[in-house]
Design a protein around this ligand. Structure first.
Ligand code: ZN
Ligand code: ZN
Length: 268
């Protein structure tokens, strides 16, 4: 989970997201709209008797904040809370099928964005061919890794006969809150989906800069410069009920843009 605003628990219930599926929570920075839901969520995990460990990633001060709150309420968590503090850019989570990498954005306080990279996909076994040639299952791991197959009589069967190329590994980038910063482009390049904030329409260019936020067109320029395939925009200023202007302005520069709306699933 990336960031945990006030309404997170309610929306998890509304959209039937199982709590047990949340094992890693990343908090980009300590502005309230990005973490005010965290303590409540951790507390609910405790009340519901969670036993599996929970990993929380964020600024070192967040650990103090969590400890302080639970100390005051004399709460003992029935599960292990493992805290990972942000120190420098790089990989902070290496899971079996993906990694999560952090990078600093330019905001009013220390803030990090996240890159989720699928690990390089292995080659896919061509079941028809392996069946036909009676290749044993025990040889599959090596085939997936790209090796040729050697039969008992010494005949070599080329790997590309027995396997096919898999889809390219996917990348998702979450840019958190940030002022327009061209230097981000090489860091986040080639995302399949790039989430970038557009707090203001482009007419509020000045205000956006003063508050270390971005406008529609600025997000679109970053998407273009970084060669993103698709741009998701969000973090709209609460003054706007009508989001059409955000979508329209961003699409003028980067057509493959969508509004990040609550409850919608975006396929990467
Ligand atoms: Zn912020
Ligand atoms: Zn914010």
């Amino acid at each position: 989970m990336f960031d945990c605003g006030e309404g997170t628990q309610i929306q998890m219930i509304n959209y039937k997201i199982r709590r047990s599926r949340v094992n890693h929570i990343f908090i980009s920075h300590l502005h309230g709209d990005h973490y005010f839901g965290l303590i409540g969520l951790i507390n609910s995990f405790a009340l519901l008797g969670r036993v599996q460990p929970l990993h929380v990633y964020g600024h070192a001060a967040l650990k103090e904040l969590i400890d302080f709150q639970f100390r005051l309420s004399d709460t003992q968590l029935p599960f292990q809370l493992v805290f990972h503090s942000f120190e420098k850019a790089g990989i902070v989570l290496e899971a079996k099928t993906y990694t999560v990498e952090i990078f600093p954005t330019r905001h009013r306080i220390s803030c990090y964005g996240f890159i989720v990279r699928e690990k390089k996909n292995l080659r896919r076994i061509n079941i028809e061919e392996t069946k036909k040639r009676e290749i044993p299952f025990t040889a599959f791991a090596k085939l997936q890794a790209g090796e040729d197959y050697v039969e008992l009589n010494g005949t070599i069967i080329r790997n590309n006969v027995l396997t096919v190329e898999n889809d390219k590994p996917k990348t998702y980038v979450f840019c958190a809150d940030t002022i327009f910063d061209e230097q981000l482009a090489p860091v986040i390049k080639d995302a399949d989906i790039l989430y970038h904030e557009t707090t203001y329409p482009h007419t509020h260019l000045q205000k956006a800069a003063e508050r270390f936020h971005s406008t529609t067109k600025q997000a679109a320029v970053i998407a273009k410069l970084s060669n993103a395939k698709k741009l998701l925009i969000g973090h709209f200023s609460a003054k706007y009920d009508e989001l059409g202007i955000f979508e329209q302005e961003t699409r003028e520069v980067f057509p493959n843009t969508e509004l990040a709306l609550e409850g919608v699933t975006y396929l990467i």
